[in-house]
Design a protein around this ligand. Sequence first.
Ligand SMILES: *[C@@H]1O[C@H](CO)[C@@H](O)[C@H](O)[C@H]1NC(C)=O
Length: 375
Amino acid sequence: MRSSAIWSTAFAALAHTAAAVTGAAEGFAKGVTGGGNATPVYPKTTAELVSYLGDSEPRVIMLDRTFDFTGTEGTATETGCAPWGTGSGCQLALNKNDWCTREQPNAPKVSITYDKAGILGITVKSNKSLIGVGNKGVIKGKGIRMVSGTSNVIIQNIHITNLNPQYVWGGDAITLDNTEMIWIDHVTTSLIGRQHVVLGNNPSGRVTISNSKFDGQTSWSATCNTYHYWGLYFTGSNDMITFKNNLITHMSGRSPKVAGNTLLHAVNNYWYDSKGHNFELDAGAMVLVEGSVFQNVEAPLQSGGAGRLFASSGTASACAPYLGRVCQANGFGSSGSLSGSDTSFLQYFQNKNIAGATDYNTAKNVLDTAGFGTI
Ligand SMILES: *[C@@H]1O[C@H](CO)[C@@H](O)[C@H](O)[C@H]1NC(C)=O
């Protein structure tokens, strides 16, 4: 008994001093340090987690359990709408900012009871690392939110899930708006009401999103077919996003939508099993897609969009002067096409930190490596 107690104390000490962050950010957020060498803290309650994330200390915050926010702010019952019908597989919508009244005046009105905690994410301040332990770091019923000048944050190896998935506007998993140097890595998002990731209209400079899994499987979809419509929304006024080694699966739209003035480098991702479209490009989007695979994807690109897209069908030397290397071709299996030959914006990659790219055949490795619980 005595020696095993000594051993577990020794292991606990080891576990608590181990380097918290695994690897380092590639691409635009290269150099991000988060909470740096701060002594790791292990919150035990939702209140402690909120406090550590929201205070002004640099922190390394380790998640070794599920933090269940459902019920922590109570429920509300309001009149919303049913734009896609009241079938059991369809999402209903909250009347947030009068959305139903303005955008869906003819939709049937419905009474909706939702969990209030899901609506607004936990505020994450500057100089934080939020790191899951093994496959234990789960935040349920509330997302996270970096806004108003927050900088230097690492989010790694956590799962954000169950944000009023029945309801549009029920909650966003990860929100960035007016940020600098944010790295989101090995994160899984599932069962989200609105966006899995949203970069709002204010600038979010130098973001890297890597090794993450955006899982659109749901019983409540705006397209009423188990495929989530509101995936990734990148519309900031001056955003730079590296998006590498991610798995984007079971979506029916906006994964991503890109607009504003967003420079997006999408590399070695695996878009898998989508109905409807993935990329929706509006004016201002500048999107380079390389080394990625679209497998069982109906429409990699929504037709009739705007913006600038470079997605080469072969190895592209047009990238070399700006990225310092050729760009990789994309691959397609049982999928629609994605092609773009606009090179006019590649100059904006010059003198930036650029993620490497490998042949698209390596992209499907992310089926095994993306998301939380694999590092
Ligand atoms: C974050 O850390 C940097 C480097 O230590 C420091 O200069 C900065 O003031 C910190 N930011 C905040 C908001 O605490």
